[in-house]
Write a protein that binds this ligand. Structure first.
Ligand SMILES: [Zn+2]
Length: 336
């Protein structure tokens, strides 16, 4: 069975010293302190240690083969977004990361599909880089759940979404820059509590801001099964109906209308929750994702789905068909 993992992260083995080049800022750089591992440094602060499977394409293909998965959709690690940088420098960082992924896709067309990153802090530059992403063979882009704490409903982002629809580029929204980060650092809460809330924030912003309403052909996919959005859709729908004066101010269409319009990945770590996600988002809208190679991801690449008693056609849809539809790609191009 063809398996495509649509939520995986990759970065180049060597990064420029952007802080030196630009003369400011906590840009990420890598310290290769021992074979097969590197420290991600945010300025002078240690961010996390990563292993060679964060950058080595052949090692990744080998690790994926152990889980019967042939294709990886790759995008950068959200900490690389650099939305806080000067726009031109953000463009520079984006171009470097996008060229790296384009080269990878070019070298391993059966194993890798690429999503780019955009300097979302500048609408014109973001559209310019989106156009270039398409030219160099990427099929979509990944953006953060907020842009420097601005919600995705802000008017400055709309032309970028509009360009995605026009250029037929898919969108992947990933939580980052988590709300409440500084007030709940203990117990890994930004990742366990903040991230699911961030993704719901992104979906709610795009619904209530009328982005989906105005762009019916925009193909968006949200990480971690849409975070807390689907589990709290009853509350969100009720809020829309009981306080339209607060909620329905930019879009009069109830949020539940948009169930089935956007994709979510399957990263739930829980078959009961996955069944609920399939029921609410639609069985044709759930895609195999892992968050590889990070420990909070599903590093057995959907084994819990394979082992479940879900119908074979649902498994096939999750493992490949739904992702191919999201990215507008043909299955034949990835078969051996
Ligand atoms: Zn991720």
């Amino acid at each position: 069975m063809l398996k495509i993992d649509m939520h995986t992260h990759i970065i180049p083995e060597h990064l420029p010293r952007w802080a030196d080049k630009f003369g400011y800022g906590d840009f990420i750089h890598l310290e290769h302190h021992k074979p097969g591992a590197a420290r991600m440094m945010k300025g002078n602060e240690f961010f996390r240690e990563i292993k060679a499977n964060c950058w080595d394409p052949e090692l990744r293909i080998e690790e994926y083969a152990r889980h019967g998965t042939q294709v990886q959709v790759v995008c950068t690690i959200p900490v690389m977004f650099s939305y806080w940088a000067q726009p031109q420098d953000g463009l520079d960082v984006s171009r470097f990361l996008n060229d790296h992924i384009a080269q990878l896709v070019h070298d391993y067309p059966k194993n890798y599909i690429g999503l780019g990153t955009l300097p979302m802090q500048d609408t014109d530059l973001a559209i310019q880089e989106l156009e270039r992403c398409k030219e160099i063979g990427l099929v979509g882009v990944q953006i953060g759940s907020n842009i420097n704490d601005k919600n995705l409903s802000e008017p400055e982002f709309f032309p970028i979404f509009e360009a995605m629809q026009e250029l037929d580029m898919a969108l992947f929204v990933h939580p980052w820059n988590m709300m409440g980060f500084h007030s709940m650092r203990k117990y890994w809460l930004p990742w366990l509590v903040g991230m699911p809330a961030e993704t719901s924030r992104a979906i709610c912003s795009m619904i209530f801001g009328g982005v989906f309403e105005r762009l019916p052909r925009l193909r968006a996919n949200f990480a971690h099964a849409g975070g807390s959005f689907l589990p709290t859709i009853g509350r969100i729908e009720h809020g829309f109906r009981c306080r339209p004066d607060l909620v329905a101010i930019d879009n009069p269409v109830p949020p539940s209308t948009y169930l089935g319009r956007f994709w979510v990945d399957c990263i739930t770590h829980d078959i009961r929750m996955l069944r609920y996600v399939l029921e609410t988002a639609g069985a044709h809208r759930v895609t195999l994702g892992s968050d590889y190679p990070f420990p909070l991801g599903d590093l057995t690449i959907g084994a819990f789905i394979e082992e479940s008693d879900l119908p074979q056609e649902t498994k096939q849809a999750i493992f490949a068909d739904n992702t191919l539809e999201w990215l507008n790609l043909r299955k034949e191009d990835f078969l051996p």
